[in-house]
Every structure is written in C-alpha cells, then in structure tokens.
Design a protein around this ligand. Structure first.
Ligand code: FAD
Length: 341
C-alpha cells in the first residue's frame, strides 16, 4: 500500500485548526531479523490508531543509515501511515545528503526531520562538520527546502541543548529553522509541562509559531531513571523519582510500570491542556507503554486502543529504555538512535 494523502504540513495545520491533537510515534531501524519482527509488530499495533505520522531515527554509520532508509521506505510502501524520515548532517557531504534525500523521495517519503546530529566523537566532544558538509540543522532545512517537495520538521529542546548558551538561544535557533522553512518541531523528551510552555513562549517571542510536538517516553522501570536523565539532558524530576520508588516498594516492577505510564499520561494531559498540538511518543520499538498512554488519555477510539494494547502483552520492567538496545549515548542530547554496527 502506498501512502498518499495531503502533505504532513497541511495535515498538521488542519488538526491545529480543528483543535484535534496530533499523535505520532518514533521508531528506530532494526539491527537484525529479530529486531525487525519486534518493529513490525509495534508498527502494526500503532497503525490501528491511525497516527498522524511515525518517524524513523537516523544513526551513525553507513549500514545503520541504509537500514533507516529501508525501514522508512517500508513504512511508506507497506502501511497506511505517513513516515517522517530523520536525517542528520553527521559525517556526510552535501552530495551524500542529496543522495539520501533522493532515496527518500524515490521511496515516496515526503517528510523529513532535519537534524544536525550529535558530534561524531560523541556528545560532549566538539562538533565537526564534514569538509564538504553542513554545520547546522538550519543549513539542512535550507538544503531540503531548496530541493523542494518535502515537509520539514526540526528538533526542539525543552531543556537547554548542552551546546547552547541558554534557553533563549534554543528558542532563537528554533525560530531561525522555522523561518528557513521548517513547518513543525518535535522536542527532546522531558518530564515537566512548564518546560514545553516556556520554550514555545520564548520561540513565539522570536516570531515562531510552528507546531512544537512534545516528545514523551514513559519510564517503566527504576533502572531507566539515569538513562532517561541522560537522554533528556536533565535529571528526572525528584517528585517523579520518589513516586516510582514508592511504587517499587509497594508493588514491585509491575507497579513501577503502571505508575510510569500513569505519570506520562498525566504529563500528556497537562500539555494538551496547555495547548500542545499533539503528542509524540518515543517507543524504542516496543509500543506497549506508549499505547497505554494513548489509552489513558482517550486520544483514540477506546475499542481500537484497547485491542492494540491487548495485542502487546505488558512486560513489567521491560526494555522500553534499554540503553544497550538503542545505542543511546550517555551525554545530554543523546537521542535513542541505533548504534553504528
Ligand atoms: P542544531 O539546530 O544545528 O543545533 C545544534 C547546536 O547549535 C545548538 O546548541 C544550537 O543552539 C546551535 N546552533 C544551531 N544553529 C545556530 C545558529 N544559527 N546560531 C547559533 N547557534 C546555533 N540524532 C541522531 O543522530 N539521529 C536521529 O535520528 C535523531 N533524532 C532526533 C529527534 C529529535 C526529536 C531530537 C530532539 C533529537 C534527535 N537527535 C537525533 C539528536 C540531535 O541530532 C542532537 O540533539 C544534536 O546535538 C542537535 O541537533 P539539532 O538538529 O537540534 O541541531
């Protein structure tokens, strides 16, 4: 089945005008056949909920990148969902970036999340642009817009990006990316609704009014707390950690998982109440907890959501966050992307 329909920027604009929240899920390309099975099981579950889009992360290293292209192409061709392909500037010349963009276009992918990527030496090391490549996501937005035909999204940071001097810089850069042609943004994960509101207000001060989709991920085991702190770039709020610890004492792993999902649903409700245009759920390819968040919020038809939740058995303390599984790196802006092979 080929995905057709309106460009994503129009879909998001229509949702915004009607007040209906967008719903999207993020996946990473599988490393092997077993991973492929897990990915496709999750994709089929979320497909039943008719998400606005699903996005596929882009890793470091050639074969990882090829897998991103393949997985995104498969979503475009074999599901009813709109894929958003991530693309980074890491270790790529302009010509290589154009080639990947061409592959996406050939595959029927019309939406790209334009990212700079973390420094090739790992987060915390200085960023080095490829000699013939690009230095910022802003330049990648400009490249994509010059090639035409793509809805372009960008990253946004409720916690300060570690290379930014302050939150104001993050807001200014987001506004620059919007002015260059980005029509939506997805945030790094975070756990306090006020951070999203502050970012959006600051960006509005710079004339930016594109939809900024909050990126959420449920903490489903206490072991994930330090991992998620590194991913989000800030400590998990102490009241949430205390709540999870109390759950562990009272009901063990299953209760931690239940409370983690509940807390994420509460955060989602607060964000939607505050005017967020939708929610973007990081799945790490296991959609179970994300689907439970959708169900708790009543974002989709209850029968369909209940069926999708039932189809993915709950796994107490399951590897929704396994850093080893995702190749997540231990510094601030690390994103749950696949490791290089
Ligand atoms: P940029 O917007 O270029 O910003 C990087 C730094 O440069 C910031 O400090 C910014 O303030 C500064 N800067 C940029 N332009 C200017 C300017 N004109 N003036 C002054 N300062 C400027 N990484 C992957 O490798 N693969 C993925 O698939 C992936 N997916 C992601 C998805 C989301 C939703 C998010 C939030 C992050 C993702 N990342 C991914 C991680 C991302 O690549 C890193 O966080 C990276 O360090 C920053 O990328 P960026 O696109 O925000 O870069």
């Amino acid at each position: 089945m080929v995905t057709g329909g309106a460009p994503l920027q129009d879909v998001l604009a229509d949702l915004r005008a009607s007040g209906r929240p967008s719903l999207s899920f993020e996946f990473f390309p599988p490393r092997d056949d077993a991973g492929e099975g897990v990915l496709w099981e999750s994709l089929r579950r979320v497909e039943a909920l008719e998400p606005t889009f699903v996005s596929v992360t882009y890793g470091a290293g050639g074969s990882t990148r090829d897998r991103t292209v393949r997985a995104t192409r498969a979503v475009a061709r074999e599901t009813t969902m709109s894929p958003v392909a991530h693309l980074t500037c890491v270790s790529a010349s302009r010509a290589e970036l154009r080639r990947v963009v061409g592959e996406y276009a050939d595959a029927g992918v019309s939406s790209v999340l334009a990212l700079r990527g973390d420094p090739p030496g790992g987060p915390g090391t200085p960023w080095e642009r490829h000699p013939q490549g690009l230095g910022t996501a802003l330049e990648l937005v400009e490249l994509l817009r010059s090639l035409g035909g793509f809805t372009v999204g960008v990253a946004a940071f409720p916690h300060r990006h570690p290379e930014s001097a302050d939150a104001e810089q993050d807001a200014r850069v987001l506004a620059l990316k919007a002015r260059a042609g980005a029509s939506f943004a997805v945030t790094q994960l975070f756990y306090e609704a006020r951070l999203w509101t502050e970012l959006v207000d600051r960006a509005a001060g710079h004339g930016c009014d594109i939809p900024v989709l909050p990126g959420l991920m449920a903490i489903t085991s206490l072991k994930q707390v330090p991992v998620f702190a590194k991913l989000s770039g800030a400590p998990v709020p102490p009241p949430l950690v205390a709540r999870l610890e109390a759950a562990q004492r009272s009901g063990g792993d299953a209760e931690v998982r239940r409370v983690g999902v509940e807390a994420t649903a509460e955060l989602g409700a607060e964000l939607l109440e505050a005017g967020a245009p939708g929610l973007h759920l990081y799945t790490l390819n296991r959609s179970s907890a994300s689907l439970e968040v959708v169900r708790a919020l009543g974002l989709r038809d209850e029968d369909r959501t209940a069926a999708a939740v039932r189809a993915v058995p709950a796994q107490a303390g399951a590897s929704q966050a396994g850093a080893s599984q995702t190749g997540a790196t231990p510094a601030g802006t690390a994103h749950p992307v696949p490791a290089a092979p």
